[in-house]
Write a protein that binds this ligand. Sequence first.
Ligand code: ZN
Length: 188
Amino acid sequence: MAVKIFVDPGHGGTNPGAVANGVTEAQVNLSVATYLANDLRNLGYDVRMYRTNNDENVISPIAADLRKRAQTANEWGADYFISIHSNSSVNPAANGFETYVYRLGSRSAQLAQSIQDTVVAALGMRDGGVRQANFSVLRNTNMPAVLVELGYVSNPTEALNLNSPAWQQKVASAIADGINKFVTGQQS
Ligand SMILES: [Zn+2]
């Protein structure tokens, strides 16, 4: 049976996420998540996306929406959970690729490190590292779960990349490679 990977494009519905420099986070997250889902399917994984358009499955308030995302992955029996987000800062110079997990030193953190290393090597981004965060989707999922921050919408250079379909495909492929390296390493 194929390994099941749940891909969660952050935000959507009436919640656009971070908006700056002509970038709307919810749209970028969906684009990258769609490329990622396709790449993972091509690698033989069973993939489910939480939403495949702006509004699908998104509910209010946000806290309930986040719980529903984790609950949907739990009920499906996902083996891994990947949430796709884009970052923002009041400092326009802030940049780089970051991953978040509920606990450092966990299998989630090992998966995050594989994603982190693969993306930084493939795209030459600043390595923001694997970080700990008490995010709802990480806390409420019962499988290894990683939240990816693709780059900063508030950084003019990274904003151009985030809006570029070619860059979106490239970062998605690197995330898929990082996941695949970890999963195949676990199985061998
Ligand atoms: Zn976000």
